[in-house]
Design a protein around this ligand. Structure first.
Ligand code: NAP
Length: 325
């Protein structure tokens, strides 16, 4: 098969389409012939050599895909050859085929094309496992997501609105904020021109928000603590603003705050399967009802993976970027 190989750690040009061995399907896995894969910012970290695949996992990038099942391991009962599916991958999505543990496979949500379905597994698993399974965002609460126009952000806005939350977003341009508003965000904050803490306080009558999903890390840590309400919950999933900073911790005690963080890729297979099962139960009905839509910015042929990486690193996109073998 053909796959995108990271020929050496570096810039987008190190991504090259090469002829490689087909993946071998293990007893608990299925083999998917890939219709499309989607980019995640983490793929660019892997390309640069900062985010190596876990042991035993395909070295090709790509954390999600959609496609058709071509082979089934002997312990797999739910899926059969010919099923159209999408899947959360441990790696290996930038290819024509991938082997994936059966517990990480999902049906195509009704109303979504086979190609566009690849835009859901990574964002749905990340947002559901953090904001809902862990931080317990509930109807009537307020929710702030940083990077509102990102793949993660565009999904988080829609699912949080569907679940009855009031949604706040930050983003770096008026065009991105307009898109967030159209997708359902209630309060849209341009972090380049506005102080988001002041705006959150103003919009909540001084109370603060109940839950924050943060991909900025150190640069926003203090402001995030200040933006939370009593019993507020901060979930950190990224460090776009670095990992080190001096912090005044007093809001933690004064407001009984909870701060948590997690990566998705390094979780155990059992843990990922449990998340996928919750996603199917709780998120898939929202997609089938048309309340959560795939937000696809652009498709590229797999051979143009380098160009797709240049686009995601330029931050000019809104939502997901797809690669099609
Ligand atoms: N822990 C996990 O399991 C997990 C899983 C998936 C994703 N993530 C993280 O979630 C984030 C979003 O991922 P994605 O793939 O959806 O990314 P994406 O679509 O590439 O979007 C990233 C967005 O972050 C914003 N941004 C960049 N630098 C920023 C900064 N210094 N301050 C504020 N905003 C900044 C950019 O928008 P602006 O133009 O508005 O700046 C950009 O659109 C990434 O940090 C990623 O690593 C974590």
């Amino acid at each position: 098969m053909k796959a995108i190989v990271i020929t050496t750690p570096g810039g987008p040009e190190v991504l090259q389409l090469q002829e490689v061995e087909d993946p071998q399907v293990k007893d608990d896995e299925v083999l998917i012939k890939i219709e499309a894969t989607a980019l995640n910012l983490a793929d660019t970290f892997q390309r640069k050599g900062f985010h190596p695949p876990p042991k035993g996992v395909s070295e090709y990038p790509g954390l999600e895909c959609s496609g058709t099942i071509e082979a089934v391991g002997r312990n797999v009962s739910r899926w059969k050859i010919g099923d159209q599916v999408c899947a959360l991958l441990n790696g290996g999505g930038y290819a024509e085929k991938v082997a994936v543990p059966a517990g990480q496979v999902l049906p195509i949500p009704s109303g979504v094309s086979l190609k566009d379905a690849t835009s859901f597994p990574e964002v749905a698993s990340t947002v559901w496992s953090t904001v809902f399974m862990t931080s317990h965002l509930s109807a009537g609460e307020t929710f702030l997501v940083h990077g509102g126009s990102s793949g993660i952000g565009t999904f988080a806005i829609q699912i949080a609105k569907y679940r009855g939350a009031r949604v706040f977003v930050t983003a770096g341009s008026e065009e991105k904020l307009a898109f967030c508003k159209e997708s359902g965000a209630d309060v849209c904050i341009n972090y380049k021109t506005e102080d988001f803490v002041a705006r959150v306080k103003e919009e909540t009558g001084g109370r603060g928000v109940d839950v924050i999903l943060d991909c900025v890390g150190a640069a926003y840590y203090q402001q995030n603590l200040e933006s939370l309400s009593i019993d507020g919950r901060l979930f950190i999933i990224g460090f776009l603003g670095g990992t080190h900073r001096e912090i005044d911790l007093r809001p933690l005690l004064a407001k009984r705050l909870t701060v948590q963080g997690a990566g998705l890729r390094n979780r155990s297979l059992e843990n990922k399967a449990a998340i996928i099962s919750e996603v199917e139960k709780n998120v898939w009905p929202a997609i089938a009802a048309g309340k959560v839509k795939p937000i696809v910015f652009k498709h590229f042929p797999l051979s143009e993976a380098a160009e797709a990486h240049r686009l995601i690193e330029s931050s000019k996109h809104i939502g997901k970027i797809l690669l099609v073998p």
